[in-house]
Design a protein around this ligand. Structure first.
Ligand SMILES: NC(=O)c1ccc[n+]([C@@H]2O[C@H](COP(=O)([O-])OP(=O)(O)OC[C@H]3O[C@@H](n4cnc5c(N)ncnc54)[C@H](OP(=O)(O)O)[C@@H]3O)[C@@H](O)[C@H]2O)c1
Length: 254
């Protein structure tokens, strides 16, 4: 392999949930490697500010409003990205939700449905739409942001955790199915990362200290610490890697 196998120059990358947290860190990292980045989330203004940040640093980026729980919105988002940039090489399925935290016995079915619609159907449908573009190109890479909860559900998060376990399984299934088309599909399982999503675990200093004691590295992660794993998985450095799930969890699952 000649040259820089992490170089993503000219590749078009779509990141769902790219407006903040892990998604934003991934968007900025892919742009630093030369990718043209399409940033998507429900709030267009927040995506536009990440896209502007990328452009200010000399990169190319666009912003897209898309609710991942709505299949028609996913179709429109992928069509807009392909229409605007002419291709789609990388999809990072990252936007997820966790509307209910508590005992399964008390869970309402509306929260159950929302969790499955966004975390599972959303990842699947975005993968299918993106793969249709990648098929025409004969090459592509998808990363599904799962969670350590896929392997060890945290208390009060049964429904969220089972969607993440299903995402790991879906990653393997799609990797097998699309390998012959040159499309690699991998997953990332973050541990606890300091974002709005995980605020309940880190906002209160006392609770944070307890959580950090459970992590072998004795701290929770910053969003930027997830980005290198995604850069690796979508780049040619991982050309023989498909169907895998990489953990970045400070040793949580060890
Ligand atoms: N933080 C952790 O400790 C942790 C651990 C393991 C796994 N993860 C996973 O990492 C991923 C990113 O989480 P994060 O911690 O970075 O969360 P975050 O900081 O809260 O960011 C979530 C992103 O997703 C977008 N989003 C939320 N619901 C959406 C929807 N229905 N449709 C489209 N976009 C939506 C948000 O923007 P809008 O509000 O504009 O839509 C935002 O851009 C998720 O898949 C999560 O399960 C996180």
């Amino acid at each position: 392999m000649a040259g820089d196998e992490f170089d993503l120059s000219g590749r078009v990358a779509l990141i769902t949930g790219g407006s903040r947290g892990i998604g934003r860190a991934v968007a900025l990292a892919l742009a630093r490697r030369g990718a043209i980045v399409a940033v998507a989330s429900r709030k267009l203004a927040d995506c536009a500010s990440v896209a502007a940040e990328i452009r200010t640093s000399g990169g190319r980026a666009s912003a897209h409003a898309c609710h991942i729980g709505e299949p028609a919105a996913i179709e429109a988002m992928v069509a807009a990205v392909e229409g605007q940039h002419g291709r789609l090489d990388i999809l990072v399925n990252n936007a997820a939700t966790n509307p209910y935290y508590g005992p399964a016995l008390d869970m309402d079915l509306a929260s159950w449905q929302k969790t499955l619609d966004v975390n599972l159907r959303g990842y699947f449908w975005a993968s299918v739409q993106a793969a249709r573009c990648m098929l025409r190109q004969g090459k592509g890479a998808i990363v599904n942001v799962a969670s350590v909860n896929a392997f060890r559900p945290m208390d009060g998060q049964t429904c969220y955790s089972l969607t993440k376990a299903a995402i790991v399984n879906m990653t393997q299934g799609l990797a097998r199915e699309w390998a012959r088309h040159g499309i690699r599909v991998n997953a990332l399982a973050p541990g606890i990362v300091e974002t709005r999503f995980a605020a309940a675990l880190h906002q209160d200093p006392n609770h944070r200290a307890l959580v950090e004691q459970l992590v072998p590295l004795r701290r929770i992660a910053q969003p930027e610490e997830m980005a290198g794993a995604v850069v690796y998985l979508v780049s040619d450095a991982a050309s023989y890697t498909t169907g895998s799930c990489l953990t970045a969890d400070g040793g949580w699952l060890a």
